[in-house]
Design a protein around this ligand. Structure first.
Ligand SMILES: [Zn+2]
Length: 351
């Protein structure tokens, strides 16, 4: 068995950290813009792709974030969010993803009159259709945004409460980390915790371990988005490890946002060696011009991962999902069986 992209694409995987508004097909952006009469910087596929994907020219974080103005401009109608959710799930299915948690912030989709609830209803329709067409299972994570306002986060948390067990599996806090601490959004998290809702927070991506400490201890985070800078606090790292708090690692994204300067600087291999519950994710497929298989290959090449490492990371993904525990046990057992019976993973295979 050779550890190459073909194999990685065939292996069953979970994708836990993927932003809907950063993961569209370029063709779809052009098509939606033409239908809804929306201006784009270019209607040429290659040109637009070049402008939206980071590629070789990594700019400032502002330039990274400004790309979302373009994607969000075509995601303001029920039809557009349904279609983009469906297509994302289809793209995931095509690279062996069995379970997808897709996140987005409904407040960023109301400029043409769609309500936040309508947006959730239609993302759900898109994901359900994909499940019946391709079998891929999924859940929605609603994002509060650090740099908008705590009041808006509270509204979004309330929306997560309304849709608990009805398509929404968790609540996140995304957006600019520096100068916008999670504790300002405490009321939103009080509501989330009072209602026993799963939470994951972007933390330790652009700001240090204090941000991760706050996410866990002030906001009750069950998972951490990125956690790149966790290595700077060994005591907190031990706590995260002891409590099996999963880290949603997004390698290429960390380079593109300048969270780290090179893959060699990334603590991922240390985390894996310390048995932290690391998972591999894409973050923004379009902006980072990546897929989950690409992210796995990035890790394999940069850190010389073995098949056993890949097995661990895959199982970590399903273990860390917000699937209810009783169901999750069955899912994990089936994935382990499949890895062993279909792919021979019970033996240590040397590549
Ligand atoms: Zn993210």
């Amino acid at each position: 068995m050779i550890l190459n992209k073909e194999l990685i694409k065939r292996l069953p995987k979970a994708e836990l950290h993927c932003h809907l508004d950063g993961s569209l097909r370029v063709e779809t952006i052009i098509d939606l813009a033409q239908k809804d009469k929306i201006e784009l910087p270019s209607f040429n596929l290659e040109n637009l792709k070049k402008q939206l994907s980071i590629g070789e020219n990594i700019g400032t974080l502002e330039e990274y974030i400004s790309r979302f103005d373009i994607t969000l401009s075509v995601m303001q109608t029920p039809e557009s969010v349904e279609r983009t959710a469906y297509e994302l799930a289809e793209d995931c299915h095509n690279e062996g993803i069995r379970y997808l948690e897709v996140r987005y912030s409904p407040i960023l989709h109301i400029s043409a009159g769609m309500t936040m609830s309508e947006s959730v209803d239609n993302v759900k329709i898109g994901l359900k259709k994909a499940q019946s067409d391709f079998g891929i299972k999924s859940g929605i994570i609603i994002c509060g945004i650090r740099h908008i306002s705590p009041e808006v986060s509270l509204k979004l948390a309330d929306l997560a409460v309304q849709y608990k067990n009805k398509g929404v599996v968790g609540f996140d806090l995304a957006g600019a980390e520096e100068n916008f601490p999670a504790k300002h959004h405490r009321e939103a998290f009080e509501l989330i915790l009072k209602n026993n809702i799963n939470t994951t927070l972007h933390a330790g991506e652009a700001y240090g371990p204090d941000s991760i400490h706050q996410a866990i201890h002030s906001c009750g985070a069950h998972r951490i988005g990125h956690g790149t800078r966790l290595k700077e606090n060994s005591d907190l790292l031990k706590y995260v490890n002891d409590h099996r708090i999963p880290l949603e690692i997004c390698l290429n994204s960390n380079i593109h946002t300048k969270s780290i300067s090179s893959l060699k600087q990334h603590p991922f291999p240390e985390y894996l060696k310390s048995h932290l519950r690391v998972t591999i994710n894409t973050d923004n497929r379009l902006i980072s011009n990546t897929t989950l298989a690409d992210e796995y290959m990035t890790a394999i090449k940069a850190y010389d991962l073995t098949l056993q490492d890949i097995r661990t990371i895959i199982i970590n993904g399903f273990k860390s999902s917000f699937i209810p525990h009783q169901k999750r046990r069955i899912v994990i057992k089936n994935i382990v069986d499949e890895l062993e019976n279909e792919f021979g993973f019970e033996q240590r295979v040397i590549v």
